[in-house]
Design a protein around this ligand. Structure first.
Ligand code: B4P
Length: 184
């Protein structure tokens, strides 16, 4: 299975990705986690990424791709991409990298702004201050939301309501993966 988890910051991509990967035996490729690990390790790439992350901006594509591509090559049969792609140019780079390998489904988690702000303030990571969260929402709308149409046009998108308990949302995703023809 080859999946993408799409959705605004704090929609629960990382939370649901862990469960889906455990259930379906997928490699969990989270660009957020890879970037935070690079920052923590103090690598040159991490140093460059840090300022963008602290402000809630997207990290430049070439840095994200440098981190991701090797992992993707190791796991091209069964993976879940969590938080990648974040814009159309990353989606195009992904398609070029995968060549004839097809993404099977793109799960789009939908959640309103106020619930997002509440969850992220409760999470309390360094980039979870209200001003930074609001900026991340703006960045999502401007750069990432166009991927909803992009993957919908390819017939790959399924949208899932991400409000409710973690178990409820996992069940909705599993239902969407097993039942449905992808929604337009
Ligand atoms: P990410 O690490 O991708 O994180 P996120 O979008 O903030 O969170 P996610 O949706 O995974 O939510 P989570 O499960 O944690 O991005 C961080 C930053 O990295 C970006 O701002 C950007 O700078 C950079 N970045 C990452 N990928 C990039 C890329 N491809 N290109 C450029 N830059 C990139 O859930 C959030 C909280 O809600 C948690 O505390 C969780 O416990 C809680 N929660 C989850 N589900 C819940 C539920 N149902 N009810 C209540 N709480 C819930």
């Amino acid at each position: 299975m080859r999946l993408i988890l799409l959705g605004p910051p704090g929609a629960g991509k990382g939370t649901q990705a862990e469960r889906l990967c455990a259930t379906h035996g997928l490699a969990h490729l989270s660009t957020g986690d890879l970037l935070r690990a690079a920052v923590k390790a103090g690598t040159e790439l991490g140093e460059r990424a840090k300022g963008y992350m602290d402000k809630g901006e997207l990290v430049p594509d070439e840095l994200v791709l440098a981190l991701l591509v090797e992992r993707l090559r190791e796991s091209s049969d069964a993976f879940l991409l969590d938080g990648f792609p974040r814009n159309v140019s990353q989606a195009e780079a992904l398609a070029a990298e995968l060549g004839s390998i097809q993404i099977e489904r793109v799960v789009n988690l939908e959640l309103g702004d106020e619930e997002i702000v509440e969850r992220l303030l409760a999470r309390g990571r360094k980039d979870d201050q209200e001003e930074v969260i609001r900026n991340r929402l703006e960045v999502f709308r401007a750069e990432t939301a166009p991927l909803i149409d992009y993957y919908s046009a390819k017939g790959l998108l399924v949208s899932v309501d991400a409000e409710g308990s973690i178990d409820q949302i996992t069940n909705r995703i599993e239902d969407a993966l097993s039942n449905g023809a992808p929604s337009a």
